[in-house]
Write a protein that binds this ligand. Structure first.
Ligand code: NDP
Ligand code: 2IT
Length: 448
């Protein structure tokens, strides 16, 4: 993919030189700069005033040691990160990922994308991401607790309800958020909404657990409706079986779709009768087991090793909800050949550039992550509002806000794509609509 605008093409080269060995970050920046070419052609002030150069440079990168002791008394040292990318429109906001694959490139790509996503929600939140190369897999509750406490002992110096508000992501769920918030509260001696995704007994918001998956389906519903289609009667694939995948499966089913497959990092299950989500929740959320045990209680279902095989199953709608670059060009071609007409990204950057290109060429409806999975962080921002007001909203109230936010977001993405001559290109629309609010705020501040 070459970037049409010469200044942006050169900026991309500088990004590669200044951030060597960071392929995920390069991939995320290249996509955005490609989409923004017509915008800066029309508004050269974004180049001349330094907005574009600032946009690709994080405001602050925090990198720290996380020592912790296992149950045998052995000391382990992990690496922690918080990349505070852009605070032009609000306090830094974005999740924490605990996974062995975590490195600076991955946190930087996630932080960069979060800036645009958060802007798209219409709420006042800047962009950040953090995490560690730690895995909770195979660890006892006490080991996870000691790790989280050590991680927060350092992170607590840099966050706060008006500064930076972390949340969950891969490997960081309700249990980890509890340990992290508990330590934050203890160190700072204050009870404020400095983390979202909190438990419902200590400041969490109803619908936050469901928000990313539900929001993904609300966005997809809008996109399908515009094309004269719906979830009703559609066969759906959902990759992953974590937080986003679980609630995407739940809402897609409620909207009339039939989810026939889900996966984890080892393989996927195919159930021709439709996935029994209660069983998946029990296996993954409660028991922390592998998804393959699903077939022990569901004799008609099949388990296959290897996560990417899921895309070979015929479907109408694909919802990748596991991780970055999980859906490549060959998988995209298989989906298209099997009659898939819509793809909506629940994970961050799950489709490779080759896959996105294949979907566009084939006229497959494509909802990019920044727009489609923004429901999670949107409800996080609503959790912040409730915490500031020291009150709670009902499930229905928050769910209605979420539906409205996803509908407005969809409309804004479509309008931006149309305005810059790329109707129906939701990738361009999301990048442009997300950019404008952030860029105009940066312009207003002058050089800071
Ligand atoms: P979870 O940790 O709850 O679940 C992650 C799921 O993805 C698990 O089923 C995991 O399998 C699977 N997985 C992880 N790595 C791979 C891999 N390399 N190949 C195949 N499957 C894999 O995380 P979330 O559900 O929170 O996050 C999923 C995605 O959604 C991420 O891209 C995240 O950034 C994004 N996202 C999350 C939001 C949130 O609110 N939580 C909001 C917006 C986006 P296993 O059990 O084997 O590890
Ligand atoms: O990628 C994401 O948007 C998230 N992991 C959620 C971030 C948040 O602050 O709720």
């Amino acid at each position: 993919m070459s970037i049409p605008n010469k200044y942006l093409a050169e900026l991309m080269e500088r990004v590669i030189q200044r951030n060597p060995h960071e392929p995920e970050f390069h991939q995320a920046v290249r996509e955005v700069l490609t989409s923004l070419s017509p915008v800066v052609d029309a508004h050269p002030e974004y180049m001349t005033e330094g907005v574009m150069d600032c946009l690709v440079e994080p405001e602050r990168i925090i990198k720290f040691r996380v020592p912790w002791e296992d149950d045998q008394g052995k000391v382990h040292v992990n690496r922690g990160y918080r990349i505070q990318f852009n605070s032009a429109i609000g306090p830094y906001k974005g999740g924490l990922r605990f996974d062995p694959s975590v490195n600076e490139s991955i946190i930087k790509f996630l932080g960069f994308e979060q800036v645009f996503k958060n802007s798209l929600t219409g709420l006042p939140i800047g962009g950040a991401k953090g995490g560690s190369d730690f895995t909770r897999k195979g660890k006892s509750d006490n080991e996870v607790m000691r790790f989280c406490q050590s991680f927060m002992s350092e992170l607590s110096k840099y966050i706060g309800p008006d500064t930076d508000v972390p949340a969950g992501d891969i490997g960081v769920g309700a249990r980890e958020i509890g340990f992290l918030f508990g330590q934050y509260k203890r160190l700072r001696n204050e009870f404020t909404g400095a983390i979202t995704g909190k438990g419902l007994t200590y400041g969490g918001s109803l619908v936050r657990t469901e928000a990313t998956g539900y929001g993904l389906c609300y966005f997809t519903e809008n996109m399908l409706k515009d094309a004269g289609r719906s979830f009703e009667g559609a066969t759906v694939l959902v990759s992953g079986s974590g937080n986003v995948a679980t609630y995407a499966c739940e809402k897609a089913t409620q909207l009339g779709g039939k989810v026939v497959a889900m996966s984890d990092s080892n393989g996927y299950v195919y159930d021709p009768d439709g996935i029994d989500l209660a069983a998946v929740k029990q296996i993954k959320e409660q028991n922390r087991q592998r998804i393959k045990v699903y077939v022990d209680t569901h004799p008609k279902a099949q388990y296959h090793e290897g996560s990417s095989g899921i895309w070979q199953i015929p479907c109408h709608i694909a919802l990748p909800c596991a991780t970055q670059n999980e859906l490549d060009g060959a998988s995209a071609k298989a989906l298209i050949a099997n009659g898939c007409f819509a793809v909506a990204e629940g994970a961050n950057m799950p489709s490779t550039p080759e896959a996105i290109e294949a979907f566009h060429q084939a006229g497959v409806l494509f909802a990019p992550a920044k727009a489609a999975n923004a429901g999670g962080v949107a409800v996080s921002a609503l959790e912040m509002s409730q915490n500031s007001m020291r009150l709670y909203w009902s499930f229905e109230e928050v769910d209605n806000h979420l539906k409205k936010i996803m509908g407005t977001l969809y409309g804004n993405v479509i309008s931006a794509a149309q305005e810059y001559g790329m109707p129906h290109d939701l990738v361009a629309g999301a990048n442009i609509a997300g950019f404008l609010k952030v860029a105009n705020s940066m312009l207003a501040y002058g050089v800071v």
